[in-house]
Every structure is written in structure tokens, then in C-alpha cells.
Design a protein around this ligand. Structure first.
Ligand code: F1P
Length: 348
């Protein structure tokens, strides 16, 4: 965990000390809303961050597409905390939205990977992730690192607002110290991911489904596949399947269903999704817990992942998504580090 964030960061007695943190307890208690501003993969981590902050600090969070924010008339007040999430710290739309929120009175917090980047210069507070430099254009380790940064921030806000006891905060911090081991364990799924990649490398479309905390994981799985494999992919919340994407399902359509048994994932409903896909001839690739015996019998392919606490499950479940797009892209002969048409930081 110490390696996750740059600068001095101390975890002690249920508290997180970020270097340069200058928000008083009074100001944190007076906050009425958090607005997360981000693009692409960073926007997906914002959706995970929303669940973390709402659950631990009991503050309402809105996750805004930064590319839309400045083109409307957003409601921003001095009691709002605007969080810009960006690997590069330079993405033009995120920077513009961040400036807009700050100009309208919000406190500005940047969660970025690059010291001295435009967003860190703009910010009142910066939390520096230590995920770089990323060699590839598509954001991967930045995503998982942003999730850890958001988790730590949620614990800090929860402590300052009094919504988390010292004991509860310490339990979350202890769970975070298990992340490196969890990542080591989840990487063991690579052989099964490779088998899936070989079978579906020629697919024209993919669908990714997840509920609750697995919804942003599904969105990210689809985005990574698009970015480096150039395969059309859609990520959907499981409950939305019947509102449209179900029309796409036929025997040519692989559907990745992210189904660890987690609170808010609605495991029973996910089983319904699997049955609906199978009934239309679609091929189900299920991401499941190591000890799952039920979904394992329903899916065409399974990828097992280690059990994780509710707020860390998205970190773990994202790894097989990243590996899948990597192996599919590699098998198709694509340059996984320099995908066509993509820039590391989108500055226009
Ligand atoms: C945002 C982003 C990345 C994506 C690609 C293009 O970048 O959309 O998520 O993978 O690199 O830019 P950032 O604001 O997180 O640097």
C-alpha cells in the first residue's frame, strides 16, 4: 500500500495521512457533495470511487463525464469537493472541467500520476498515485492504483466526518494491505484467460455484464478490448440487458459475465442473465469466485478469481479483463502498447 501512492503517506490507528492534506475537519464535515470529473478509464474508476465514498463517508457523489461538464451549466457550490481523476494529469477535458468546478467555488482535489502535471498545479490538494510511468497508452495499472487511492481517500473522509470508527477504518486499511497478495493470486487465472482469448480472438462483438460494483468493471473490460484489440464491445449493467443489448445476442456473441458473490452484485439475478444469454445461443464466459460451484456449471468458460472484500472486489475482477484484452490483441498481432488512433494524454 505504501508503494501505491507517492509522497509521504502514513497509515496509523485507523487514519490516513496524505502529504499536503490541508482540509480542516470542519470543512470536511461541511461538505455536501463530491463531484468526480474524469474521462475514459479514469471515469470508470470514479464510478467505483462513488461506491467507496458513499459507503464510508456517507457523502453523495456524482460521477461526471469531464468531456460534458463544461458544456452545460453544472451546479457547483463552495461546499462541494471536486475530484479530478487522471493518469496523465493533462487530459484537456478533465482539466477544463476541474478549472470550471474550482472557479465556481469547489475545493479541488487531483488524483493523478504525474507530479507537476496541469491538474496537480490547479489542485488545492493532490493525491499522487505511483503507477507510472505506464509504457502502454491504454490505462491499466493506473486504474487499479486509482481505486486504491480512492479507497484511502474514502477512509480518510469517513474518519474526518465521523462516519467510520477507528476500528472500522483500521479494518479497511488492513484489507488494503492484502492487495499485493490478492493481485498475485488473481494473476494465476492467466492460463484460463488465454484459452478464452484463443477461442474468441476472431469475434466481431463482445458484451460485458456486471451488476453493482461489477458494472464499472464491465465498462472497463469493454473499453480495454476496444482500445487495444479493436473489437467492438459494450459494457452494461446486468439489469439493462433486457432493455436493448439482448437483441444482439446470438451464437456468435461472447458475453463476459462478472459474477463474484459480493454484496450488491445480485448473484441470483446474474444467474438469470446467464440463462438469458444461453437461451439465445450466446457463449458465456463467467468470472467467478474460486469456490463457486453453481455458475461454473452454467457457463461455457469460467475464469476463477480470489475472494476479496466488497470494496476491493473491483480491483481483483478488473485484472482478468485487462489480461483478456491483452491476449486477444496480442493474438491478433496488434501493438498492445501503441494502439492505433489513441494518445497517452488527450490534450485537445
Ligand atoms: C484518460 C484516457 C485513458 C485511456 C487513454 C486515453 O486519460 O481516456 O483512460 O486509456 O489513455 O485517455 P487520463 O486522464 O487518465 O490520463
Amino acid at each position: 500500500v505504501a508503494d501505491t501512492l507517492r509522497g509521504r503517506m502514513l497509515l496509523s490507528e485507523g487514519d490516513v495521512h496524505f502529504e499536503g492534506w490541508n482540509l480542516s475537519a470542519d470543512k470536511v464535515r461541511a461538505l455536501t457533495k463530491v463531484t468526480i470529473l474524469a474521462c475514459g478509464t479514469s471515469w470508470h474508476s470514479g464510478i467505483v470511487g462513488k461506491a467507496m465514498i458513499e459507503s464510508l463517508a456517507r457523502l453523495p457523489v456524482e460521477v461526471e463525464l469531464a468531456s460534458e461538464f463544461r458544456y452545460r451549466d453544472p451546479i457547483v457550490e463552495p461546499t462541494h469537493l471536486a475530484i479530478a481523476i487522471s493518469q496523465s494529469g493533462e487530459t484537456a477535458d478533465t482539466l477544463a472541467a476541474f478549472k470550471e468546478a474550482k472557479a465556481r467555488g469547489a475545493t479541488a482535489l487531483a488524483l493523478c500520476n504525474v507530479i507537476g502535471s496541469a491538474m496537480t498545479r490547479e489542485a488545492d490538494i493532490t493525491i499522487l498515485t505511483n503507477a507510472g510511468p505506464e509504457i502502454g497508452v491504454a490505462s491499466t495499472k493506473a486504474f487499479t492504483t486509482q481505486l486504491v487511492g480512492l479507497y484511502l481517500l474514502a477512509v480518510k473522509l469517513g474518519r474526518m466526518r465521523g462516519t467510520l470508527t477507528v476500528k472500522a477504518a483500521q479494518e479497511h486499511l488492513t484489507a488494503l494491505t492484502e492487495v499485493p497478495k490478492m493481485i498475485e493470486d488473481v494473476l494465476k487465472c492467466e492460463p484460463s484467460v488465454k484459452r478464452v482469448a484463443r477461442e474468441f480472438m476472431g469475434a466481431q462483438d463482445f458484451l460485458f455484464l456486471g451488476r453493482g460494483p461489477m458494472h464499472p468493471v464491465a465498462l472497463e473490460g469493454a473499453l480495454k478490448l476496444k482500445e487495444i484489440s479493436y473489437i467492438h464491445a459494450e459494457g452494461y449493467a446486468g439489469g439493462e440487458m433486457k432493455h436493448g443489448p439482448i437483441a444482439l445476442i446470438d451464437e456468435k456473441m461472447p458475453v463476459v459475465i462478472i459474477a463474484p458473490k459480493q454484496p450488491h452484485v445480485a448473484y441470483e439475478k446474474i444467474i438469470g442473465n446467464i440463462e438469458e444469454v444461453r437461451a439465445r445461443g450466446g457463449k458465456v464466459i463467467a468470472i467467478i469466485d474460486e469456490d463457486d460451484t453453481h455458475v461454473a456449471t452454467l457457463a461455457d468458460h469460467i475464469i476463477r478469481i480470489p475472494a476479496a472484500s466488497a470494496l476491493l472486489a473491483p480491483v481483483v475482477a478488473t485484472i482478468p479483463m485487462q489480461l483478456l484484452s491483452y491476449h486477444v490483441a496480442d493474438l491478433r498481432g496488434n501493438d498492445v502498447d501503441q494502439p492505433r488512433n489513441l494518445a497517452k494524454s488527450v490534450t485537445v
